[in-house]
Write a new protein. Sequence first.
Length: 56
Amino acid sequence: MSEETVPLTAGAGQPKGLLQQMEELMAALNADLSALDADLQGAGGSVREAGEEKAG
């Protein structure tokens, strides 16, 4: 029976840590995507226009 309670205790502590890690990773990803978007917009509209022509 003690084997059953140990994973539950350990499992209960880990999701919070994993959630925090995921939030940090998502924040870093959003920052990277924002920087990439700014770079692409700074490069001019030619990249975006070419993508829109292919999509449309």
